[in-house]
Structure formats: C-alpha cells, structure tokens
Design a protein around this ligand. Structure first.
Ligand SMILES: Cc1cc2nc3c(=O)[nH]c(=O)nc-3n(C[C@H](O)[C@H](O)[C@H](O)COP(=O)(O)OP(=O)(O)OC[C@H]3O[C@@H](n4cnc5c(N)ncnc54)[C@H](O)[C@@H]3O)c2cc1C
Length: 462
C-alpha cells in the first residue's frame, strides 16, 4: 500500500484514484478548482467552475479504448455515464461490442467520474488547492507544496495537471534537471459552437472536409451537439468564424452541417469559441538514461499530449492510469525503480500515438496550406503527389467502400490497435491506393464552398 498524491483532479487524476484506490493505495487528489460536484449534468454544463481545464466546454468525443476500459474494469462508471445521458455509437458490426464510442459533454463525463471516485471513502479530493512545487530529498520527490504553504508528503507523486503542467519549473526550482520535451505544433486552431436539438435525442456524428478546413458535427448528451471547424490558424478566411454571424454563415454553406443547425431543428446554446493550443507534446523524466527524479510520475496530458482533433486524450489518460496500477503492483513504489518502469510503459503504450499525431498533423496542414494557396481540391493527392497526401485523400473514400480499410481505420482511430496497423500498413496502403486510383478525376467534391467563395461569403456575413 502506497501513499499517492495526485496533482490535478481532471480525467487522469480521477482515473488514477479509480484504479489505484481499490488496490489498497491511499490516494489524495489536489486540484486548484473547487471540490463541489454539481447536482446534475445541466448544472455541470452551466455552472461548474473549472478554470483549470480550458477545454472543459469544448468538443469532446470519447474513444472506444477508454469506454472499453470502463466497461471491463469500472462497469458502474459506464452505467452511470449511460444513466446521465451518454450515448453510444457503434462503428463496427452489430455484435461488435468493442468498436463503440461514447458521446456526451466533457462536463457530464467528468461529473460522473468525479462522483464515482468520491464515493470511495478512502480517496481524499481536496479542492481549491494549487500545487506550486515539489518536496525533494536528494533526487527523490517526497511530496508537494501547495500555494497556501502546506507540505503534503507522499510515497509517489503523480503529476496529472494536464497540458499546462508546471512540472519542469518545479523540478528546476528544486535544483533538479528538467524533463526532456519533444514538441510539435502545426499552427492550427478550432472554432466551436454548441446547439441543442428541439425534439430528437441526438445528432449524428459526421465530418465535412473542405480541404482548407474540416467541419464536424459532434453529438453529446441531452440533445446537445457542437459544430467544430479545425483549420490553419493563419487562414484569414476561417479566422472570421470567431464571429457568431460568420460561424453561422459558414455552417449554412455546408449542407451536411446545415441540416442539423436549422432553427426549426436546433437552438443555439453558445457563442463561437476558439481553442488555439492543438500541439503534440512528449515529456520524459528519464533523460540520458537516468530519471531526473525518483518517486514522481507524469500521467495523461502532462506526459503525452496529442492534438485534440484526434480525440485521444481521455482514452489515453484512462489507459495510463490503469497502467500505473499495474506497474505499482509489479515493481512497488521504490522511487528509483517506479519512475523508469512507468516511463517505459508510457513509451510503449502512449508514445506511438504522439508520433502518429505529429505525422498526421504534418500531412493535414500541408493539404490545407495548398488549398488555402489556391490549389484545386481535385488536384490534391493526384497521381505523382506525396504518397502520404494520396493516402490521406483516399482513405475516407476507401473506408466507405472496403470493409477491411474501414475496420482498420476505426480500430486505429479508436486506439484499439496500434497506429502501425493503419498508417504505414502496406496492405491498407494498397487497398486505399486501389480505391483512390479508380476514383481519381471523379472523386466526390468538397463538402462546401471553395476557399475563395467561403471568403466572400464570410466577409459579407456582417
Ligand atoms: C479543445 C480540446 C478538445 C479536446 N477534445 C477531446 C476529445 O474529443 N476526446 C478526447 O479524448 N480528448 C480530447 N481532448 C483532450 C482531453 O481534454 C485531455 O487529454 C484530458 O483532459 C487529459 O486529462 P488530464 O487529466 O491529463 O488533464 P486535465 O483533464 O486537463 O486535468 C488537469 C487538472 O489539473 C488541475 N491542475 C492544473 N494545475 C494544477 C496545479 N498546479 N495544482 C492543482 N491542480 C492543478 C486542473 O484544475 C485540472 O483539473 C481535448 C482537448 C482540447 C484542448
């Protein structure tokens, strides 16, 4: 049994308690935001103060890997999510209970997870408590210090403080080496607006590719759904959708999106929201073969952060927390052993998703930049183009026509199989190429106006 102090009670911190507390560990979660849990999903959406999670009220879709982990290890949480209104979208055959993703607002998801953790009397959740530093003995982290000057000792400190983790600053301030950090950020941005269906239970999940931007309809719970555009930050045309009137004009110009947002079908529930940080980041505590400190582990986004556009972070944080339980059971909490052992697990389980995100971002940004520069959508991925661009252009069409590609795509996007089973898999590549070669020249048109036309339309939108 170990005393575990977790910095951050978001998804990773809560999952740490969910998987460690039943195994006898004494878990204390410290979060900078208040500890009170809202009464219901409506209150969580409208009034839960969660400044520590800037993406709290942005698009979230919950991948099958995370959903299956709850199904197998915390079935009560999955049942509570369903009871709170979460939907399930089956991506495979009717009897495939693995390829199923969850749909609800992040606010609802976190409320249910928080309640489940708080129902365990052995877990302490301390709100309104910001961690500002580490307690260090030699090269061992032995606890944390709060902004109120309180020292909280621990056998193991779990940094689950998210994509803006200050752990590098804390280590340096304690006289230790900072972690190694790889970062890859294409300058992309997303714009989101929320809606509620007037009478139907849930919107469909769909994706509309314009070349210079991708628009999605993302269903959630209680009839709520959002429309989100992902695009280049430097695109002056799509930057206009920050304004509500321009957002509405953009949606109206894309038939697949517009059919969900018409006033007779849905009400508007938010202004257009911008989220600019879509970077990929990989942080390693083992530098030059040595842990910079023992007794500390990085979990969730503070260790591996991937572009939110792929919807991986929540599932990865759950997987990571479950892995920590396993590593603790295997090697114990000896600080010199635990930190490198957990880091090895991070390398094996999470790091491939970082590299996949970086590679996909490069291709997608290159495609968008070419379309913004005026290249015709039809020529993107034409014969002789970069094979990665051809694959990206052809794969969605191949997935519609070839069940082998469809299954590989879904299983990789839902984190059920490693990225290499899809990206760079020679068999999948050949199948995509076969479909794309047939379609060339008469491929389906983009989902809405071209870049120049969208520019004129948004400029005129007031
Ligand atoms: C715009 C956007 C959309 C996303 N969409 C999806 C999606 O569709 N699907 C998906 O799976 N993932 C998505 N993600 C990623 C997902 O939100 C994260 O991967 C997930 O929340 C990671 O959990 P975490 O516990 O690492 O961090 P978080 O959930 O961010 O939690 C961090 C916690 O730490 C607390 N904290 C921070 N600093 C301190 C401190 N010093 N002291 C005490 N407490 C502190 C915060 O208050 C917070 O509670 C999205 C991310 C963004 C930015």
């Amino acid at each position: 049994m170990s005393t575990i102090v977790v910095v951050g009670g978001g998804i990773g911190g809560l999952a740490t308690a969910l998987f460690l507390a039943p195994r006898g560990h004494l878990v204390t979660i410290l979060d900078r935001d208040p500890a009170e849990v809202p009464a219901d999903a409506a209150a969580a959406w409208s009034a839960w103060p969660r400044k520590g999670v800037p993406q709290f009220r942005h698009i979230h879709l919950f991948n099958a890997r995370g959903r299956n982990l709850l199904r197998d290890e915390a079935p009560g949480v999955l049942a509570a999510l369903r009871a709170a209104g979460a939907g399930e979208i089956r991506l495979g055959e009717v009897d495939d209970d693995d390829l199923v993703r969850l749909t609800c607002r992040r606010t609802t998801y976190e409320m249910v997870l928080r309640r489940a953790v708080l129902s365990d009397p052995t877990v302490r959740f301390v709100g309104s408590t910001q961690v500002v530093g580490l307690l260090v003995k030699g090269r061992r982290v032995a606890g944390v210090r709060t902004a109120a000057g309180v020292d909280v000792p621990a056998d193991v400190v779990v940094d689950a403080s998210g994509r803006r983790s200050q752990v590098a600053t804390w280590l340096t301030a304690a006289g230790l080496r900072p972690p190694a950090c790889d970062e890859h950020a294409e300058a992309t941005v997303s714009y989101t607006r929320w809606y509620r269906l007037r009478s139907e239970p849930a919107a469909a999940l769909l994706r509309a590719d314009l070349g210079y931007a991708v628009g999605v309809v993302a269903p959630a719970d209680d009839g709520m759904f959002c429309v989100t555009f992902g695009c280049l930050a430097a695109d002056p045309v799509m930057a206009m959708v920050r304004r509500n009137t321009a957002f509405d004009a953009a949606v109206a110009a894309i038939p697949a999106l517009a059919e969900w947002t018409t006033p007779d079908r849905a009400t508007v529930e938010s202004d257009a929201r911008t989220m600019a940080d879509r970077s990929n980041r990989l942080v390693r505590l083992v530098v030059d073969g040595e842990p910079v400190a023992g007794g500390l582990v990085l979990l969730g986004d503070s260790a591996v952060c991937t572009n939110p556009g792929y919807g991986r972070g929540v599932g990865l944080a759950l997987v990571h927390a479950r892995a920590l339980a396993e590593v603790l059971a295997t090697v114990g909490d000896d600080p010199a052993v635990l930190t490198p052992a957990f880091e090895a697990c991070t390398r094996a389980e999470l790091e491939p998703w970082y590299h996949a995100a970086v590679a996909s971002d490069r291709v997608r940004s290159a495609i968008s930049a070419r379309v913004v520069a005026g290249e015709a959508w039809a020529s993107i991925g034409a014969a002789g183009d970069d094979p990665a661009v051809r694959f990206a252009r052809g794969a969605p069409h191949a997935a519609e026509r070839d069940p082998v590609v469809r299954r590989a795509l879904h299983r990789a996007f839902q984190l059920l199989d490693p990225p290499s089973t899809y990206w760079g898999n020679p068999e999948i590549g050949a199948r995509v190429e076969e479909v794309w070669r047939e379609l060339e020249g008469h491929a389906p048109p983009p989902a809405g106006p071209d870049h120049a036309a969208m520019g004129r339309l948004l400029a005129a939108s007031g």
